[in-house]
Design a protein around this ligand. Structure first.
Ligand SMILES: CSCCC(=O)C(=O)COP(=O)(O)O
Length: 403
């Protein structure tokens, strides 16, 4: 493991990108190099970073070059966790002028220290018995402050429409009117009733909240209460909190990563962390079974190339890590299902809040419209054709159109 190296790519600008890369390679590892006596150099060499590439993309008006630099770091510099990794390759560097962390490539030995998703795409599909189509998820709109009975009614309505998963709103922390364990038990009972009626199971993703020191215990209690899945605000709690939940053998449920806070990291072209790494590679490494991210077409759209790369990182072969489900989200309505299918394929979760609850016929009709749209695209049918057999889909297309 000690001979292996981690390759890190940054987007930055400088008069001389190669020189900047060399300075970072030293500065982020042993601190100084040329000034060290030979004996000290020999001692520290195994820890020294190395500039392995500099690629100019643009020449700026001030004469500087803007481009990609790649630095290799010895694996021995890190402990097997994401806080060590991010601090080691981008900690103080993230505050040192225009520099954006774009990608990290891991050697097998480093990857092997991370268990990754416990269920992944295949485990979730097995649990639902749904293998040949995108899954469908509905989001509570909203949760905060609502009486428990209203939430039960909302849950039943969504489940009756045929969704595969229902998730809490990510801002549902103050849940005293519908406490975490009580609503897990109540929704489980409703899920049993709706499955008896529709023949379809539905999984409920409950928002896991609380002090970070209590998370594992709360997750275990959720599992004992019958939880199917946990929603988790990974960036707010930190990747390592997800890692520890995913690695715990008693937390036997899939974990769904919400991207809340991601906008504080990725939108700048010059600073922060690129989305494919932030919400793709690192979420999977930390153990997310499903990862929500802004789709390229909705109300908080992500650049399409980045969204596709992000999904690729969640699903491409990576060591022994299971694949995470891409969940392109925000502003999704049934008319977007053909585009979602074209872009993200079979292995995705179609996810909607407003696109289900805003249906003129209510949430059950909204979910049915999505089910009809998903079945249509998988069968190679147009939505227009499918809408002649689904009044709910027809109404949805009238309301939202197909773009
Ligand atoms: C920005 S990705 C997270 C999407 C999300 O959590 C959400 O509530 C989307 O709701 P919508 O009504 O836009 O489907």
């Amino acid at each position: 493991m000690s001979e292996q190296r981690i390759l890190v790519t940054y987007l930055t600008q400088a008069k001389d990108l190669q020189k900047k890369a060399e300075a970072i390679a030293v500065g982020m590892t042993v601190g100084s190099w040329t000034d060290l006596p030979a004996a000290k150099q020999a001692d520290l060499k195994p820890y020294l970073g190395e500039a392995v590439g500099a690629q100019v993309l643009d020449t700026l008006e001030n004469g500087e070059s803007r481009g990609l630099i790649t630095i290799s770091y010895p694996v021995r510099n890190f402990t097997a966790d994401i806080p060590s990794l991010l601090t080691g390759v981008f900690g103080k560097l993230s505050m040192d002028g225009k520099i954006k962390l774009i990608d990290i490539q891991f050697p097998e030995a480093f990857l092997a220290a991370f268990p990754g998703p416990k269920y992944g795409i295949s485990g979730i599909r097995d649990r639902l018995g749904a293998h040949n189509r995108p899954l469908l998820m509905s989001i509570f709109k909203s949760c905060l402050g609502l009486p428990f009975d209203d939430l039960k009614t909302q849950f039943r309505a969504q489940a009756l429409g045929g969704v595969d998963l229902v998730k809490d709103d990510e801002i549902f922390f103050a849940d005293d009117r519908a406490p975490f364990l009580e609503r897990i038990r109540a929704f489980k009972q409703i899920a049993r009733e709706t499955e008896a009626e529709t023949g379809k199971p539905v999984l409920y993703a409950a928002n896991l909240t609380g002090p970070v020191t209590d998370l594992t215990e709360r997750a275990k209690r959720a599992v004992e209460a019958g939880a199917d899945c946990l929603l988790f605000n990974v960036l707010a709690f930190g990747y390592d909190a997800l890692h520890r939940l995913a690695a715990d053998p008693d937390v036997q449920v899939p974990i769904m990563a919400h991207p809340a806070l991601a906008g504080a990291y990725y939108p700048s072209p010059d600073y922060g962390i690129g989305t494919p790494l932030l919400l793709g590679k690192l979420m999977r490494l930390a153990g997310a079974d499903l990862v929500l991210f802004p789709s390229p077409y909705g109300n908080v759209a992500l650049n399409k190339e980045e969204a596709l790369k992000l999904a690729e990182h969640l699903t491409e072969p990576t060591g022994t890590l299971r694949k995470s489900f891409p969940v392109p989200s925000a502003g999704i309505h049934p008319g977007l299902v053909p585009q979602l299918y074209e872009d993200f394929g079979l292995d995705q979760v179609v996810n909607a809040g407003g696109g289900i609850h805003g249906h003129p016929g209510g949430a059950t009709a909204g979910a049915r419209a999505f089910v009809a749209a998903i079945n249509a695209v998988v069968a190679g049918q147009t939505l227009e054709d499918a809408s002649s057999e689904s009044a709910e889909l027809s109404q949805a297309l009238q309301k939202w159109g197909t773009k």
